[in-house]
Design a protein around this ligand. Sequence first.
Ligand SMILES: O=C(O)CCC(=O)C(=O)O
Ligand SMILES: [Fe+2]
Length: 347
Amino acid sequence: MIPTLENLEELQESNDILGDSSALQSRMEEYGYLFFRRLQDVEMLKELRRQMLTTMQECGWIKQGTDPVDGIAEPGVQCTEGDLEYTDVYHQIYRNQLFHTSAHSEVMLKTVRDITGRPMTPQPQKVARLWFPNYTAHTTPIHQDYVHFQGTYENLTCWAPVGDCPIELGGLAVLKGSHKVGKVLEHHFSLGAGSLMIESEDYEALGLQWQTTNYGIGDTLIFPALTIHMALPNVTEDRLRVSLDNRYQAIEDPIAEHMTEPHLASMSPFGWEETYADWDSDEYKYYWKDLRLKVIPKDWSFSNKGFEEACELARNGNEEAAHHLARQVKRAPNTEQARIARKILAQ
Ligand SMILES: O=C(O)CCC(=O)C(=O)O
Ligand SMILES: [Fe+2]
């Protein structure tokens, strides 16, 4: 069962121990996450919100004639990761300089350094989520980040809404203490973002508590790659949810190859030169190359298994799986997986 609002507890704040490295480390060990109110620069995030939503309005996602910062979605427009029309707009936003440089803010670098006690860097691949209202079948399901981002279990995800994010707008919920499972749980096909989810009996067996909050702008949730989490559905009438989930890693740790590429480059070709085309400074272009990170190949086993499950389900008439396969065929018609998917859909 997906947790309902009644059994969600409030996230526990850690502003009291900011700057205290050993307290941060022991609390992370206990909770599997750290949550800070107003950690990041609110004015900077407001400006980022204005810029990102202005691009979305120019691309037809935000209602014409409204103030883009209100985030009112254009009626009738809905898409998500995996859809070509999503990636087209997403990659326009991906060109935004502030979107990338915000991950290098002093406060974020210091906080992740204090949490791990090691020299850290933001991973090259920055991530934004642009979530349409009432499109809840595609909400990010229950998962651990390792299946997507790999590298090491110590990588930190830093999730922050770009704007206030009350519960109904669909922020993140975490299963407190779930990092202590110490391994990657089985993930299965899901129609939700990322396409992989943990089955309820597997996390229910842990007997742990889900937590979330009404997020305000600047609030930041930080957790390692084994912490189980999910997004709540965006059940607002007409508002888009905009958030960042950037990853940080120790400089001496390996990075999975795909994390050195722009996000969703695997869905539509998009490179760093296009990302940087309109920037007015070189400071954060290719910054990671100087760090000489050890690059390791992506482990495809998680996504391949999800694909095989989707095929099996679609063969048995599961509509969500069929939708997933159809989306894949549309996106990348010339791949081996698309060939398999086409055959199944034709039956
Ligand atoms: O924002 C979302 O919907 C998903 C975020 C998430 O799970 C992640 O980035 O790890
Ligand atoms: Fe995640």
